[in-house]
Design a protein around this ligand. Structure first.
Ligand code: DON
Length: 560
């Protein structure tokens, strides 16, 4: 008895015994050294760097970081979602992995329309039917082909964090409390995310069911998720909530290895994600539209530069809505959309000082040619660069937790165009090219990007933020290349966003008031909104690896 009291006292007095918190938890926004991981959570960045210190390369670190994020950042880190990886190896090989979710085999074009043909976004955004077939676990195993350490070693930190728990911050507690009602509504079983009486800062989030799922992946590989017990639990959850993902959908899921989207901008080479990400094309279009206009002469946040950038954004997003979708299913005129002649023509009606208009500026003429996500950037000491953006789509995805398996499913089906003219949750429009079809991938804005200078990685960048992702990447690129901002200024300074429709320029708090007035005088409609994205950036100059985490969240840069 005495022994037990002593033990209880010890546990109460010593947070390190009561709460598993293996790493020092202060948030670092900047590092400089020979290798780095930048991600949305300090524990995840630290897991990644610890793996590199144990002999792993950037791919090992990216896998371990993503798995840790699936535990410590349940709002977006995931095994029930999907993502993209762009990498450049130290041998110069360019890699683009597409592990975006797919529509289930029984999905159909009008599955979210009621009998009168009205779009039911409540079904494409919430609960079981909103979920596409998850791709993340397949993607991690495809990434492992480039890694050095055994997968078992890479997944163990995530298992430990899930099993023993980790201490949550006030904002994490608030976030879980805010979503409690939705977890109850859209899940059929109780889950680790709900705490009777509510969460508070300093509580420990333990995820036993998720730990068991991760152990099955550790022990059985990809089959530990897509077949056997985990697959059975997913399908049972589907049946309890009228979802449609089947055992066959899961078993058939495969990562698509794509050819990276590569373009030149002055002396830089931009290596981006091709379709089904719209990001690579949008970046190529927007950069191409400003390249010959000497934008650097105007300076950062000058009205001339900002207007030019907005008009390029407008035109690129009009094309996105009309032409872009899964190339495995529809023809997309990528070559034409990114050709210098086409981009010059698209900007031919641009007038400095006068706002464009999305009623008159539509998509280009082409003859048929024969908001929660998370990003991580990694660079290792041997020169491998990895850029990953992964998502459940909305915060906590569909809010459907797979009963007995402890992970949240995505609500990515909403990224399809569920009906022409009906915007998705990020206001993006689409047409035929992005209509739902069985096994098709939904169009994405995620834009993991690597920029090369003299053939070597110079920037490893990306962000969450739905449709604002490509415009964020575009701004950080120009901030760095054209306006010569330091990396932290390039990432931390206020951003703006235009996506054709709605015909509004969204600006963050802190966007200069005189610039806002000037744009309004030209005829732009300006709306202030919440923060745009959580950008993670690495810059490599003369062998020094500088990493900057966004100051818009708890994002953390870890290096050595
Ligand atoms: O793939 C896409 O474009 C969206 N599902 C991304 C969502 C997102 O970035 C939300 N983040 N805040």
């Amino acid at each position: 008895m005495r022994k037990l009291v002593v033990l209880l006292l010890l546990v109460a007095a010593s947070p390190s015994l009561a709460q598993y918190n293996p790493y020092n938890y202060t948030i670092e926004k900047k590092t400089s050294g020979k290798a780095a991981v930048v991600s949305a959570h300090p524990l995840a960045s630290k897991v990644g760097v610890a793996i590199m210190k144990k002999g792993g390369n950037a791919f090992d670190a990216a896998i371990a970081t993503q798995l840790a994020l699936a535990v410590v950042f349940p709002g977006a880190g995931n095994i029930g979602g999907g993502g993209f990886m762009v990498a450049v190896t130290n041998k110069g090989e360019q890699v683009a992995l597409d592990y975006r979710e797919k529509a289930p085999g029984s999905a159909s074009r009008d599955m979210y329309l009621d009998k009168d043909g009205n779009a039911q976004t409540n079904l494409s955004q919430n609960g079981h039917l909103a979920s596409g077939v998850p791709g993340t676990v397949a993607g991690l195993f495809s990434t492992h082909a480039y890694a050095k350490l055994p997968f078992k070693q890479l997944i163990q930190p995530a298992i430990d964090l899930a099993e023993k728990g980790f201490v949550i911050t006030e904002s994490e507690a608030n976030s879980l409390n805010n979503y409690a009602g939705q977890f109850v509504r859209y899940s059929s079983r109780p889950s680790a995310f709900i705490k009777y009486g509510g969460w508070k800062a300093g509580d420990t989030l333990v995820q036993k069911e998720l730990a068991n799922t991760l152990k099955r992946i550790r022990d059985l590989g990809q089959k530990g998720f897509y077949e056997g017990e985990t697959a059975r639990l997913i399908v049972e959850e589907m049946k309890r909530g009228a979802g449609v993902i089947t055992l066959a959908d899961l078993k058939n899921y495969k990562t698509a290895k794509r050819v990276a989207m590569v373009s030149k901008y002055k002396e830089y080479t931009i290596v981006g994600m091709p379709l089904v990400s719209s990001g690579g094309i949008l970046i190529q279009q927007m950069m191409g539209m400003v390249e010959n206009r000497n934008i650097g002469q105007y300076g950062f946040h000058s009205w001339q530069a900002v207007q030019l950038m907005i008009e390029a954004e407008r035109r690129a997003f009009a094309d996105r809505a009309e032409f872009l979708g899964d190339r495995d299913f529809v023809k997309v005129p990528v070559k034409k959309l990114t050709s210098p002649e086409y981009l010059r023509e698209r900007m031919s009606d641009f007038e400095l000082g006068k706002a464009g208009n999305s009623k008159t500026t539509n998509h280009g003429n082409i003859n048929p040619e024969s908001e929660e996500t998370t990003h991580l950037s990694v660079y290792d000491a041997s020169g491998n660069a990895v850029s990953v953006t992964t998502t459940l789509n909305g915060g906590y995805g569909s809010r459907t937790v797979v009963g007995g398996a402890g992970f949240i499913l995505n609500n990515e089906m909403d990224d399809f165009s569920i009906k022409p003219g009906v915007p998705n949750m990020y206001g993006a429009l689409g047409t035929e090219a992005n209509a739902i079809a069985p096994n098709k991938r939904m169009l994405s804005s995620m834009t993991p990007t690597i920029v090369l200078k003299n053939g070597k990685p110079f920037l490893v960048i990306g962000s969450p933020g739905g449709t604002t992702i490509p415009t964020q990447v575009y701004q950080v690129l120009l901030n760095t290349i054209e306006f010569n901002l330091s990396l932290e200024d390039a990432v931390w300074k206020p951003r703006f966003h235009h996506q054709w429709l709605p015909d509004v320029v969204y600006v963050e708090k802190g966007f200069p008031a005189d610039l806002k007035t000037k744009l309004e005088e030209m005829g732009y409609k300006i709306a202030e909104r919440g923060t745009i994205g959580r950008f993670e950036a690495i810059k490599i100059v003369n062998g020094v690896v500088e990493a900057v985490a966004d100051n818009r969240g708890d994002d953390h840069a870890e290096g050595y």
